[in-house]
Design a protein around this ligand. Structure first.
Ligand code: F0G
Length: 463
């Protein structure tokens, strides 16, 4: 088989800046060994997130000029609405400035104290918005899929038995909606099968519950279904995506991912009464219902992006890029979450750095060393993000996993950039035994990973 190439050529370039290790050591020290504190000019390859960081196509840039900036009833809204309706089948289309705004609006209408919201795995903002309303955000991934290294085609599938048990435990009236995240970002970018969505639909029908998709990466999920689900191999990914959405009663989408644009979100549903209530809140916090916090030009770029994103050549290149980077990591002896997800590779720092205990933040140590070695910026998903300080100086409660997520912006880097990242990973892996952990010097009460200040431990320094 021939090389799967980037299915585009470059029309506009943005220079990236090389730095020396000394410069990076200085920058990281200034940032308190927290990669969120770096200035982007000091980073060569940015793999912090795939959200809003992709490149737009020439058709999207052209569409910007067609943006109609009318406050009400803009032509750009109608184009956006018709593309979203055609894709999802949902009757009511409510634009928002990004995904979490849609979550906030939907959950403020539906979730109350004592409610439980099932999901395969809640993304952080989804969980926070459920909890803000007084609800419990319950993750119901299959127990055998919690193992990072188990190979399975649909590790994002929701555990149907656990869903039934949760409904029985709380009573259907305490379950305001059932949600499924496609792909399961916090679970490693793992897809959900059509068969599983059908099973969730069936449970929801039996209990009279609404079913919503968190569909930030719906196109990548559709592509995995085409590749992996029996009987789906001949279908166009757009056709599969349509079927996924038609299984649900509504969805919210962070369009900063598979909308192929830098900003945007949408909430869509079939229930007219709920839509009316959501629109009332939208006007309060986002804007008039035909722009929802976005400019007309954003709506145009999104309408075009939502058409391009289901192209098979694009999706083949997209998913292959993550797989290729994972293979480079494996060849360097670095374990990752398996199989690789659609949008990111998750390096397993616990596997690579067994000599660094969780409270010395092995994944943060690895993320920092990738930056120092090659200017590559990923993100820690481990004890810095999820651990909790303990009284009397006891070690922090550890996170279940110690991962570094290398998220791939869409259509932004070429294969040689990815080869370079692979070389940096290999360089670090060869020196794995020499890596040392980190100590937290100061931290805020909530979401500490964004702003905590750290310092490296040296041999002999206690943590
Ligand atoms: N749902 C999922 C599955 C997400 O991955 C994200 C964002 C959101 C909702 C929230 O959307 O950022 O537009 O408000 N994920 C980004 C990430 C931030 O890096 O994974 P948003």
């Amino acid at each position: 088989m021939r090389t799967i190439i980037e299915p585009f050529r470059v029309k506009s370039v943005e220079p990236i800046r090389q730095t020396t290790r000394e410069q990076r050591e200085h920058a990281l020290g200034e940032a308190g060994w927290n990669l969120f504190g770096l200035s982007s000019d000091d980073v060569l390859i940015v793999l912090l997130t795939d959200s809003g960081t992709g490149a737009m196509s020439s058709e999207q840039w052209a569409a910007l000029m067609r943006g109609d900036e009318s406050y009400a009833g803009a032509r750009s809204f109608h184009r956006f609405e018709s593309v979203v309706k055609d894709l999802t089948g949902f009757e009511y289309v409510i634009p928002t400035h990004q995904g979490r705004a849609a979550e906030r609006i939907l959950f403020s209408e539906l979730v109350r104290d004592g409610h439980v919201v099932p999901n395969n795995t809640h993304f952080d903002t989804t969980r926070a918005n459920v909890e803000y309303q007084g609800g419990e955000a319950r993750d119901l991934i299959m127990p055998e899929h919690r193992d990072l290294h188990v190979e399975a085609p649909f590790k994002g599938d929701l555990d149907i038995e656990a869903l039934e048990a949760t409904i029985a435990e709380f009573g259907a009236e305490q379950v305001p909606l059932v949600t499924v995240t496609v792909t399961d970002n916090s679970g490693g970018g793992q897809p959900v099968s059509l068969a599983n969505l059908r099973a969730v639909r069936e449970v929801c029908d039996r209990h009279g519950l609404p079913f919503f998709l968190d569909a930030a990466r719906f196109a990548e999920n559709a592509w995995f279904i085409v590749q992996r689900e029996p009987g789906q191999g001949d279908r166009h990914p757009r056709d599969v995506a349509r079927e996924m959405f038609r299984m649900a009663d509504g969805c919210w989408i962070s369009l900063k991912k598979d909308g192929l644009a830098n900003i945007g979100g949408v909430l869509a549903m079939n229930d007219p009464d709920l839509a009316e209530r959501c629109r009332a809140t939208l006007i309060l916090t986002e804007g008039f219902p035909t722009y929802g916090g976005l400019a007309g030009r954003d709506l145009e770029a999104l309408a075009q992006g939502l058409v391009e994103v289901t192209e098979p050549d694009y999706l083949a290149y997209r998913v292959r890029t993550a797989e290729y980077l994972a293979e480079l990591a494996w060849n360097a002896g670095v374990p990752t979450v398996r199989p690789p997800g659609g949008h990111a590779v998750y390096l397993d720092a616990k596997g690579l750095l067994p000599h660094i205990p969780p409270h010395e933040l092995p994944a943060q140590a690895l993320a920092c060393e990738l930056y120092l070695t090659g200017g590559v910026r990923g993100v820690e998903i481990g004890t810095l993000m999820f651990g909790r300080p303990q009284p009397d100086g006891a070690p922090d409660t550890p996170s279940r996993h110690e991962l570094v997520r290398l998220a791939l912006p869409r259509r932004t880097y070429t294969q040689s950039h990815i080869d370079y990242v692979g070389e940096v990973i290999e360089d670090v892996a060869l020196r794995a035994e020499q890596l040392r952990g980190l100590r937290i010097v100061s931290q805020p009460r909530f979401l500490r990973h964004f702003t905590a200040q750290l310092e490296p431990l040296t041999d002999g320094s206690a943590s």
